[in-house]
Design a protein around this ligand. Sequence first.
Ligand code: SF4
Length: 969
Amino acid sequence: MFKFLSSDPLHDPTATTTGSTEVKTTTCYMCACRCGIRVHLRDGQVRYIDGNPDHPLNKGVICAKGSSGIMKQVSPARITQPLLRKPGSERGAGEFEPISWERAYAILEQRLSHLRATDPKKFALFTGRDQMQALTGLFARQFGTPNYAAHGGFCSVNMAAGMIYSVGGSFWEFGGPDLDHAKLFVMIGTAEDHHSNPMKMALGKFKRGGGRFISINPVRTGYSAIADEWIPIRPGTDGALFMALLHELIKHDLVDRPFLQRYTNAPQLVVLDEGEREGLFAFDPAAGAPGDGRNPHNKLAWDLSSGRVVRAYPEGVEDGRLLALEGHYTLSDGTRVAPAFQLLRERVSKHTPEWAAEITGIPAERICQLARELGETALQQAFELPIAWTDAWGKHHPRTQARPVAFHAMRGLAAHSNGFQTVRALAVLMSVLGTIDAPGGFRHKAPYPRHIVPNYRAFNDPDMIKPNSPLNAAPLGFPASPEELAVHADGTPLRIDHAFSWEHPLSAHGLMHNVIGNAVRGDPYEIDTLLIFMANMAWNSTMNTMEVRQKLNARGADGEYKIPFLVVCDAFQSETVAFADLVLPDTTYLERHDVMSMLDRPISEFDGPVDSVRVPVVEPTAECKPFQEVLIELASRLKFPAFTNEDGSRKFKDYPDFIVNFQAQPGVGFLMGWRGKDGTQHLRGDPNPDQWAMYAKNNCVFQYHMPKDQQYMRNWNRPYLDFAKEKGWRQKNDPVQLAIYSDTLQSFRLAAQGKSAGRQPPDHLRERIATYFDPLPFWYEPLENACVDQQRFPLAAITQRPMAMYHSWDSQNAWLRQIHSHNYLHVNPRTAQAAGIEDGGWAWVTSAWGELRCMVRHSEAVEPGTVWTWNAIGKASGAWQLAPGADESRKGFLLNHLITDELPFAGGRISNSDPVTGQAGWYDVRVSLRAAGPDEPAQTFPQVSTWPSLPGLLGRGTRVMNRFLSKKP
Ligand code: SF4
């Protein structure tokens, strides 16, 4: 229960409406999907929120969360003023004193300017699900610290990196299934979260149009409820299914051979001889250097027409060529080679449906049938759209070939320590069916596709961390070879989270989950100030939660905290706020400007780029300030070059001014609509001082429809590639051949095997790199399986994000907590009965790393070897302004307590993450179940002591109610 109760009705429907009313449009932020909303106000107060029918993303549709934004606005858990931990009080004791913003800025300015002038890497900035990583990343770069990342490392970086390194784009923000043209839709490893409203709308239309929808998931919830067929699968085994599907498709020649020959690296010749070129593509030295993954157009192929080797680009795709996909060949210098597709064929030859059935739990016959369905739908039910287009080599195609098989996948594949190679396997599966940027298949959204490998190197030069100097590259990027790792000469990591080190070389989104542990250990060095924005690292955004909470309080021999200064910016009294030394009160999304930018993660549609904004619809509450404003203010005070004029004065008045006037390249800013002095230019143009007003007048969104001939096949579409380069979305206009085979991965493997001349990993990591950096996709067991006794812990335990709540944000939302205020562990009845646990009964769940007590719900909608629960419903007592004894802390629980943040490795420990990308292995945990005893308390375990309320919370009940009812307090 909240700490307020009122007998007054909230709303009297018979009362006469008084006061002035108005409707303002902005963009929802009750989850990350970014739907357009209309906020209805009376006398300047929010009365209700509905979907904006004129918004291209959701077309008026709104979900429970979106319409409950009003209760976020008046949440009793809102922090309303900057707070400083009282001198002498302990972190977590909740003893804070309110301070002014000027004092907060002065504290930060003094501390950060000292760090910047002495050792910039001692400042670390890590953010949660923020939607302005172009700004937060710029801040870190200008500060001069490599220690920056957002939440991607513990969210779905495996999905992003696995797809981008293979096809140049990924699901959700960067691309998705074309359900307008698909006939078969396979959703695998996806809960009802990413791309929520648009997916619901697309699914409804798809089903009404007669499309067939197959859901493959351990759990049948959310979207899966309307699937034509549910195929249960064991968690962490999706990669085995993909390998068996590839086996069947190749065996029965259900592959799109012309597509593979022209648009992928399948025909490119791989060196088979041992040595430093082993496993890399043979290349033509006259067409460029050997290549590091960024120089893909000098490779060779075997032309069956002429019986000789040819350049794979551009000659290899000329009419009259017939590039070999199979066979073994010898080059004129005696080098033995084979097309990449031949190696894929050999790789999957042993991955029979029977092999995969043992691993996945899906019967072999069903796997064979699924492969037939996929292949026959893609190839035999194919059709063409009457859209002519021209490819990168100048060939005119009078029509566009559809491949009507679409997939959608997200965290269910990604959040495993084998996720990168699993996602690679899916990308290769989609590629052999020819469904990449084809009608009915996977389609990109601008600015994707990126180059493979994207032309964004992560910062990696230790000598460029210099006092009072920006870094010479952004902290995050996409390494293309060992030479681009962020390591010292001895191989030790440059970053506090060990991202881009030999431990996790392709960690494109950083490893936020490593920061606290490494900082406390001083590994690879100690830091001074950790600034956390919008991430609940002391609770649901961390594995091994109890130990992490202790680490936040850990002190050294000198009695000082190991992380000396912890700054938390949040709008609400989260569990993490309790540990802060300095608390900065953020606004809600209804109180601020924001951009969903082409420089970051826009809301683009398949047919062209779309960006959008938030504009304030109400004034900030009390002393709340948008975090963006805080960053602009600090950047100006600290005199970052990009924020300072030559005379030392500040360049930008505030965040809106920064958004309008900052240019990443001439004419390219954060927003692409209404540019130029009078707002008549789009996509690229000079800054427009009235740009915000023009967005506000136009539903807070700018949409550009590409001409029809540029809407498909964009990896190879000449006019699109030229256009994208001209508008600054790409650095080059060359085609993006799909990477069936990854020479980038092979370059890491060669280094680990000691076969290449450049950088080599430390000895204890050689075998790990050599194993997991396989240039062809493969399936391996999640890493936890090798560390635990699977007889003792026979069940896989996973979580899902609930439909009605986004991460931990919504337990302070009075409407949404009526939908669920606690969670259950959902268990198949057979499994529960075998453990003697009744429906609704209490049980102990034990992993190799910890145990918890929770309530169990019997459910047929989960396969017998899996148990699952909603994520982040359980709360620490007293957090989020929930009363002690609230359901969230007494009946709700976090599975995180059972998940380890580190695994044993080489006599020490290593992050419990994917060895390629550093993606947190949330879904790998193995557990056992037993019934709780009749005398045990009917309350979840573990519990934490109740945290007292913060000073100045909006919370005190009548104040909230009076505000909502527009009465004077
Ligand atoms: S799906 Fe997300 S962004 Fe869209 S209305 Fe719901 S909460 Fe808002």
